[in-house]
Write a protein that binds this ligand. Structure first.
Ligand code: SAM
Ligand code: MG
Length: 307
């Protein structure tokens, strides 16, 4: 199985430039997608010029959209990572925006956009209750949250789920892209794109869009998977082919970025990466925790350089 799998990945690698930093031009001319307009599956096959859209990747997410809130389904790893990635976001953003991390609503007055929000499993956490300790009262984080995703089915699922609770029903969900939001001249205090960059057509262009959506001195948070041998073994061979956590073919090793590459393309997009952390899985507890080891899954926090 492994040699066949390796050959498939290598074939893909041969056909795709690892990271084309020279392709920075955005030829997007299509009208902007408002919250009411959608990028439908049919349109997924018409290559409307929008730099971040990788239509094959979007089709994969569209096919499993109704499983977003099944914590044992294909998005199990994201559900399991949620508390840990939220802890990183909460601590870095509280420090950056000088907010009290112990306050009930630390992000009151701030606007967040969750780019590639999927079914909203992270967006909802910015608004819904967070357990500070298992026995303690729960607090809303207070940010104004916009969740965007290029797959209409994801946004529909996110909307329906958020409407189940008045606390989360205030989230603005739109089927759109970062580039389209830019055309509407939207800006946010914090721009968050978790586990999305490895699924976009042009990572450097995507980072430019994220940076442009961020207010000067605002924050950008990105998580992804390192293009390392360890990541190949853990995130593809183990997660897809042995443990069946993710559908086979979810990830292409060649689409991963190393932390150095991510820092570089963010820097070119005017985002200074200030902090990075790795995610470590404990097979005994089934839990994820933050770690210094960024060789597989990692998350980066940066700030927009004011011009
Ligand atoms: C692995 S999921 C991550 C979902 C969510 N960020 C999370 O971590 O829970 C990647 C999501 O990005 C979306 N996506 C991929 N390319 C996109 C793009 N160019 N613009 C907006 N969304 C995109 C996919 O539809 C999918 O929902
Ligand atoms: Mg991914």
């Amino acid at each position: 199985m492994f040699p066949k799998l390796l050959m498939r990945q290598l074939r893909f690698l041969r056909n795709r430039p690892l990271l084309n930093l020279r392709f920075l031009s955005d030829t997007s001319t299509t009208p902007s997608q408002s919250c009411n307009s959608t990028i439908t599956p049919n349109k997924l096959h018409n290559h409307s010029p929008s730099s971040s859209l990788n239509y094959l990747e979007l089709a994969k997410f569209s096919a499993i959209a109704d499983t977003w809130w099944d914590s044992q389904g294909p998005f199990k790893p994201l559900h399991a990572m949620n508390p840990t990635r939220l802890a990183f976001i909460r601590s870095t953003l509280c420090r950056h925006f000088r907010k009290d991390p112990y306050s009930a609503r630390p992000f009151e007055g701030l606007s967040f956009v969750d780019v590639g929000c999927g079914g909203g499993i992270l967006s909802e956490l910015f608004l819904s209750s967070i357990t500070i300790s298992p026995m303690k009262p729960l607090a809303r984080m207070g940010a104004t949250v916009t969740g965007i995703d290029a797959v209409e089915n994801n946004v529909k699922i996110a909307r329906v789920h958020a409407d189940l609770d008045p606390e989360t029903s205030t989230i603005e969900y739109c089927c759109t892209t970062a580039e389209k939001l830019l055309e509407e001249q939207r800006k946010f205090d914090a721009v968050i794109a978790l586990e999305v960059i490895e699924h976009v057509a042009d990572p450097a262009e995507f980072c430019k869009s994220l940076a442009s959506l961020t207010v000067p001195n605002g924050a950008t948070v990105i998580s992804t998977i390192n293009r390392s041998i360890r990541a190949y073994a853990a995130a593809i061979v183990a997660a897809e082919y042995i443990l069946h956590w993710l559908p086979k073919g979810t990830h292409q090793w060649s689409s991963f970025l190393t932390p150095e590459e991510l820092v570089l393309i963010l820097k070119r997009a005017s985002i200074n990466v200030k902090q990075m952390a790795g995610f470590e899985y404990n097979p005994l507890t089934g839990r994820w925790s933050l770690s210094d080891d960024i060789s597989v899954n990692f998350i980066a926090f940066g700030t927009k350089i004011p011009r």
